[in-house]
Design a protein around this ligand. Structure first.
Ligand code: SF4
Length: 443
C-alpha cells in the first residue's frame, strides 16, 4: 500500500526548452526554504507543478493531455494542490482556472520569486493567478551541490525575454521584454557549479548576443564571456541562442580569442528566402546571414554551425522553399532543427493569409531532413581518423562499457572506456561517422 506523501513535497513536470528545465530547478530552490522537498512522482507529491511551453502548438497540446490525466488522479486525491506555470500560464492566465476547475493556481514566467506566497494562498483554498510581468528583477537562488547539480554540464540562464517580435514567435508575449542578470551573479553561480563538479556551462537566453543592454552600467556579451573565461576549473562555455542580426564582429572574434569558448554556434536561419525573412520580421537578409557565416568560419575554421528552419510559413511558395534548400546546401550546416509553422496566439504571422496545407508542410520538412542528414554524415566523415578532445559526460546509452561525451564542436562521441573518465577531457581517435554522432577509441 502507498504511504501518504510528506506534508510539503513538490513534483514538477517540465515541458519545452532548456530554460524551462532551468526554471524548474529554480522553483525547487525557491520553495525549499519554505519547507518543500522535491518529490520523485505525482504519487509522492502534495503539490504538482506543470511548467509549460507554448512556443509550438504541439508543446501546448501536451499540457492539455497531461491535465486530462491529472484530472483523473485529482478525483482520487482531491487534496493535491495543482499549479500551472511557464509560457502557457503566462499566455492563458485566468482562462486556465476557468477552463480547468481542478487547477489551484497559475503563475507566469516572471512570478517565480512570488511563488511561496501564491502557493500559500492556494493551500488556504484560494484559487489564484499571478502573471505580472513588470517586476524589475527575478530570483536566482544558488544551487548547492545536490543530485540536481551533479554531472558534468549545466545550463545557466543569463537573460530572458526578447524585444525582437519575429512575426511567428510568442516569446516576447510570454517571456516579456529583454532582461539580463548581473555578471557578478552569473559568475558566482557558475563558480558554485564548478565547485560541485560541473565542467561545462551553456549560457541560456532567447537572444544571448543582446545580453547586457538593459544593465546599468551596460555590459556586452563578449565582455561577459571574457569574464567567465577566467573561472578556474571551468573547461567549456557554450551559449544558445544567438540572433544573426546581433552576431557582432566582437562576438565572432571571441571564437578566436576566448580559450574556453566552445567551437560551435547555433545560428537560426529560419528561411532561405528574403521575401519570407521579411514577412518573419527577422531583420536580416540571406546575403548578410551568409556574410556572418563566412566571418565566423574564418575566425574558427574547425567550428560547427547548426541552425533552425521553419517550413510552411504563410505564403511560402515552392520558389521560397527551394531557396531555403539552396542555402542549406551551400552552408553545409552540421545539424538542423526543422519545424513546420503553426499559428501562435496574438502573433502577427497568425493573422497572415496564405496558410500552407499541413501535408505540404510535412513534405517540405521531410525533404529538408533528408538533405540535411546527407550533409551531416558527410561533415562527420571528414572527422574520421582525426583525434579530438572529448569531455565525457555519461555512460553511453548503447551500454557495452561505453561512455559518451562531446567535442568542443558539440559532436556526440561514443567509445569504450571506464566510467571514471566521466568529467575528464580525453583525446579520442574517431573511427566511424554516423548522422548524429561519432564512434571512437581512446588514445
Ligand atoms: S529572436 Fe527568437 S525569441 Fe525573439 S522573437 Fe525572434 S524567434 Fe522569438
Amino acid at each position: 500500500m502507498n504511504s501518504s506523501p510528506p506534508s510539503l513535497s513538490v513534483h514538477i513536470k517540465t515541458f519545452g526548452c532548456q530554460m524551462n528545465e532551468y526554471d524548474s530547478g529554480r522553483i525547487l530552490k525557491i520553495l525549499e526554504p519554505h519547507g518543500y522537498c522535491p518529490a520523485l512522482s505525482y504519487d509522492d507529491a502534495s503539490v504538482i507543478i506543470l511548467n509549460t511551453c507554448s512556443v509550438r502548438k504541439k508543446a501546448e497540446d501536451k499540457l492539455y493531455s497531461e491535465l486530462g490525466r491529472i484530472k483523473k488522479m485529482k478525483k482520487k486525491r482531491p487534496d493535491v494542490i495543482l499549479g500551472v506555470g511557464g509560457c502557457v500560464a503566462q499566455q492563458e492566465g485566468t482562462k486556465l482556472l476557468k477552463r480547468f476547475p481542478y487547477i489551484n493556481f497559475v503563475f507566469g514566467t516572471r512570478s517565480l520569486a512570488r511563488l511561496p506566497g501564491i502557493l500559500k494562498r492556494a493551500e488556504a483554498g484560494e484559487r489564484n493567478v499571478d502573471t505580472e510581468m513588470n517586476m524589475p528583477e527575478d530570483m536566482y537562488p544558488l544551487r548547492p551541490c545536490s543530485p540536481q547539480t551533479s554531472g558534468v554540464t549545466a545550463f545557466v540562464t543569463i537573460m530572458q525575454g526578447c524585444n525582437n517580435y519575429c512575426s511567428y514567435c510568442i516569446v516576447p508575449y510570454v517571456r516579456g521584454r529583454e532582461w539580463s542578470r548581473r555578471p557578478s551573479e552569473i559568475k558566482e553561480e557558475i563558480k558554485n557549479l564548478v565547485d560541485c563538479g560541473i565542467r561545462e556551462v551553456t549560457l541560456l537566453g532567447q537572444n544571448v548576443n543582446s545580453y547586457g543592454k538593459t544593465l546599468m552600467p551596460m555590459t556586452t556579451f563578449p565582455e561577459l564571456l571574457q569574464d567567465l573565461n577566467g573561472i578556474r576549473g571551468l573547461e567549456r562555455i557554450r551559449f544558445t541562442t544567438s540572433h544573426p542580426k546581433d552576431l557582432s564582429d566582437e562576438l565572432i572574434t571571441c571564437f578566436k580569442n576566448i580559450e574556453k569558448l566552445a567551437s560551435h554556434i547555433h545560428l537560426p536561419l529560419q528561411s532561405g528566402s528574403n521575401r519570407i525573412l521579411k514577412k518573419m520580421n527577422r531583420g536580416y537578409t540571406i546575403e548578410t546571414y551568409m556574410k556572418r557565416i563566412d566571418l565566423f568560419r574564418h575566425a574558427d575554421p574547425e567550428a560547427a554551425i547548426t541552425s533552425d528552419i521553419i517550413v510552411g510559413f504563410p505564403g511560402e511558395s515552392e520558389k521560397d522553399f527551394n531557396e531555403t534548400v539552396s542555402v542549406i546546401e551551400k552552408t553545409c550546416f552540421d545539424d538542423l532543427f526543422v519545424f513546420h509553422y503553426t499559428d501562435r496566439p496574438d502573433t502577427a504571422a497568425s493573422k497572415l493569409s496564405g496558410k500552407i496545407p499541413y501535408k505540404t508542410k510535412l513534405e517540405r520538412l521531410s525533404l529538408i531532413n533528408k538533405i540535411q542528414n546527407a550533409i551531416s554524415i558527410k561533415n562527420n566523415q571528414k572527422l574520421v581518423k582525426k583525434t579530438l578532445s572529448v569531455l565525457f559526460e555519461y555512460p553511453s546509452k548503447k551500454g557495452n562499457n561505453s561512455i559518451a561525451g562531446r567535442t568542443s564542436s558539440n559532436k556526440v562521441v561514443n567509445c569504450k572506456g571506464p566510467v571514471d573518465l566521466i568529467g575528464k577531457t580525453v583525446p579520442v581517435k574517431i573511427e566511424k561517422a554516423n548522422v548524429h554522432s561519432l564512434n571512437g577509441v581512446l588514445i
